[in-house]
Design a protein around this ligand. Structure first.
Ligand code: ATP
Ligand code: MG
Length: 757
């Protein structure tokens, strides 16, 4: 017959085969985690190629990340028995749209060599426009406008299409500024990220001939993770598939986790309406996880309303129950997981020996990674961070450390260059050159050069004033470093506050800003393990030097968001505490939308595990040197008892091994006076239920009572830097003051004096 053999089909179940063999017409594969959606999609590409239905360049296949695209290409190649390099249109939405826009940009007045702006450039541009429009960018930060515009772009709204209902955005100037911004971008021959799709949608909508050309060209369209597409992506797909309707989308409504970035799970539900007669394939057999893991995940996701609802089953052997463990604090959690990973490598945990590549730690918030990175570096456990920089490589961490370096060593010119205008102090290139020249002429460091330049009046205006403040600040902090009564954590906090660096992120109204603030808090926490700033800085430079690029096996650390679509034999899910996971924001929100998205994240997390899934929480976390006690996550209550084993770490932490000791914790709670929250009883009850690691004796000092502020509310006070103000809140040794000039600030009590006048 000449038909080519199709051995790859033998690896599929009948429902998957259906989805693969029905080449023509719309197909929707809607199924739970680990049911083989991605496998079926990949096999479909192979089948299209193998049967000659399409050539490689006639297939448009969209994945969510570049990593997923690479893996899919490799798998196709393996199944075909030849490299699939010739698949130019397999990639992410953005990667594909860049290519298309290079060809057709002239239709939206772009030259083919347009540049793609990064976030910094984008913000600089928006700031110029905001100022030109006489808007107070303190009250209306440019970042906020960036967020609004991004949201409109995700919804495929060009300025003329923004609905009247949104007209109030950004002080009633949002739409106008959006239009100006788009004009400026065109003048600069530039686009931002959101434009890549928006421009392509516009081109397809306004140039029938171009659209038709691609409708003919892309004969088959395939989309993975369809539940996370936004409106612009959806419209782009619908336009391309409009003629032949050969589109196959796969997704899982329970795994929609990008609502905060404009994804619309409704796109899945609308599929059958948009493509009448669509063949809907449901897959129910899970090939990834053990029955215990699957049961736990199913029980958690059942808490969401309005699901399409699906039952999953598996033939896998029963395996281990989900493991749940409570820890005294976040550091103990990291220590325990490190030891557990070692033990699992050795096969001493009742499960088969696993290598590091088979294990992953999935966190809710990226600041959680720090404790693991520090711990693993200390014990020499190789790890990799997926989907982002390692903790100490992050921008805000490097900025903060540059300040610390200058406190320790004012000669650190590189550090000075990094922070001289961060936060913005109105010191442009010219001012910075003046500093450089003054320093060189006098043979001194940049800090000293800056001091001289200020003294000589060489830098004028606002910038000069701000530079004077910075130079004086550095000198003052340097002196403080010698103060025995001040811990280096307190000093670090003062440096970040008084330099304006913390406020810089507090004033940013972007989605990333809270995360950056969390990372800064985490940095302060990291300092605790060291005697002084210098010791800490040495530690960091050593570990950063210790790059592990040897290609050996490594534990993976990543966020839950980055873990989408992946699988690992052993998965650790730390930090299951209310306020961290689910996030505080989702809990504060009215309505259940945010909380339901968090629950889907929990579902994504658990379903990444094949054989062993370990969930943990800590009863205490230190935030800015203060203990905060936290509740085990409400999602823990939703884990089905029959499928969960509660672990107590026997004798690991100087504890008795008997698990939770209510009395011990209560005594310390009274000492620390930090557990008066109404939820304390609930916490005790839950900890009693789940078992708790004993606090380590050496970690019992919680708050030095001598340091607790002795001010009264309303009292008038004086601060060396911020001047006069009134006390409006007291929290341990921190006092919240409304300063007359400097506004609301939190300061360390020790640096505050009662005012007599
Ligand atoms: P997710 O929703 O998490 O993205 P998925 O539905 O895309 O999951 P896959 O990643 O495609 O699931 O498959 C999960 C695992 O099951 C993979 O290891 C895959 O190789 C395996 N698998 C899929 N289908 C089959 C099958 N028919 N027989 C055996 N193993 C299969
Ligand atoms: Mg998948």
């Amino acid at each position: 017959m000449g038909a080519r053999p199709t051995p790859y089909l033998d690896d599929l179940n009948p429902a998957q085969r259906d989805a693969v063999e029905l080449l023509d017409g719309p197909v929707l594969m809607l199924a739970g985690a680990g049911t083989g959606k991605t496998k079926a999609l990949t096999t479909r590409i192979v089948h299209l190629l193998n049967t000659g239905a399409a050539r490689p360049n006639e297939i448009l296949a969209v994945t969510f990340t570049n990593k997923a695209a690479r893996e899919m290409k490799q798998r196709v190649g393996r199944m075909l028995g030849q490299p699939a390099e010739g698949m130019p249109w397999l990639g992410t939405f953005h990667a594909i749209c860049v290519k298309l826009l290079r060809r057709h940009g002239e239709l939206v007045n772009l030259k083919s060599n347009f540049t793609i702006l990064d976030t910094d450039d984008q913000l600089r541009l928006l700031k110029q426009l905001v100022r030109a429009a006489n808007i107070d960018d303190k009250r209306w930060p440019a970042r906020m406008l960036a967020g609004i515009i991004d949201d409109w772009k995700n919804r495929a709204l060009t300025p003329d299409k923004v609905p009247a209902a949104d007209a109030g955005a950004y002080n009633h100037k949002g739409v106008e500024l959006y239009a100006q911004y788009q004009t400026r971008l065109r003048e600069l021959n530039a686009v931002d990220f959101g434009d890549l799709l928006l421009h392509m949608v516009t081109i397809f909508q306004t140039h029938e001939d171009v659209l038709q050309q691609y409708q003919r060209w892309f004969r088959y369209i395939l989309v993975d993770e369809y539940q996370d597409t936004n409106v612009a992506q959806y419209m782009w797909l619908r336009l391309l598939a409009g003629a032949h309707k050969n589109i196959c989308c796969v997704g899982d409504d329970d795994q929609s986790i990008y609502g905060w970035r404009g994804a619309e799970v409704g796109n899945i539900l609308r599929f059958e309406k948009d493509f009448p007669g669509a063949h809907v394939v449901r897959l129910e057999q899970n090939y990834r996880s053990t029955p215990h893991i699957l049961a736990a995940a199913s029980n958690v996701i059942r808490g969401n309303q309005g699901r399409l609802g699906k039952e999953l089953w598996t033939e896998a052997a029963e395996g281990e129950k989900l493991r749940l463990i409570g820890h005294w604090d976040g550091e103990e959690e990291a220590r325990w997981i490190g030891e557990e990973i070692d033990a699992m490598q050795g096969g001493t945990r009742g499960v088969r020996p696993m290598n590091l590549d088979e294990m992953a730690i999935l966190v809710r918030a990226s600041h959680q990674m720090r404790a693991f990175e520090d711990r693993f570096l200390t014990i020499g456990l190789p790890y990799r961070v997926i989907g982002g920089p390692r903790f100490y490589e992050r921008m805000e961490i490097r900025d903060a450390m540059a300040y610390f370096r200058l406190v320790v060593s004012p000669e650190d010119d590189l550090a000075f260059e990094r922070i001289v205008n961060t936060p913005k102090r109105g010191l442009g290139d010219k001012a910075q050159q003046t500093i450089q020249m003054t320093a060189r002429a006098n043979g001194v460091s940049l800090v000293e050069g800056a001091r001289l330049a200020v003294e000589q009046g060489a830098i004028k205006g606002k910038g000069g004033g701000a530079l004077r403040e910075l130079v004086e600040g550095l000198a003052r902090w340097g002196r403080m470093a010698g103060d025995k009564d001040l811990t280096h954590m307190e000093l670090a906090e003062i440096v970040l506050d008084e330099s304006g660096y913390t406020a810089h992120w507090q004033n940013e109204k972007t989605p990333e800003a809270p995360g950056r603030l969390e990372n800064l808090k985490e940095l302060i926490k990291a300092l605790e393990g060291f005697e002084n700033l210098q010791g800490f800085l040495e530690h960091v430079s050593l570990i950063m030097d210790n790059e592990q690029n040897d290609g050996g096996a490594k534990v993976s650390i990543m966020t839950l968001h980055a873990a989408k679509g992946l699988e690992f034999p052993a998965v650790f899910l730390p930090g299951w505490e209310d306020g961290l996971f689910p996030s505080q924001r989702s809990m504060d929100e009215s309505g259940i939308k945010g909380l339901e998205e968090e629950r889907r994240l929990a579902y994504v997390g658990i379903t990444r595990a094949e054989e062993v899934c370990t969930i943990s929480f800590a009863a205490n976390r230190r935030v800015f040197g203060q203990w905060q006690n936290s509740m085990p996550s409400r999602f823990i209550d939703e884990l089905p008892e029959d499928h969960v084993e509660v672990l107590t770490p026997p004798g690991l932490y100087g504890g008795s091994g008997g698990g939770f000791s209510a009395q011990g914790i209560e005594t310390r709670a009274a000492e620390a006076n930090v557990y008066n929250s109404p939820g304390w009883k609930r916490l005790q009850a839950r900890q009693g239920q789940y078992g708790m690691a004993q606090p380590k004796e050496s970690r019992n000092t919680v708050i030095d009572m001598d340091a607790v502020a002795s001010f009264t509310l309303g009292e008038r006070v004086f601060h060396q830097k911020f001047g006069y103000g009134a006390v409006i809140g007291i929290e341990g040794d921190k006092v919240e003051v409304e300063f007359e000039k400097a506004g609301l600030k939190k300061v360390v009590a020790r640096f505050l004096n009662a005012s007599d006048d």
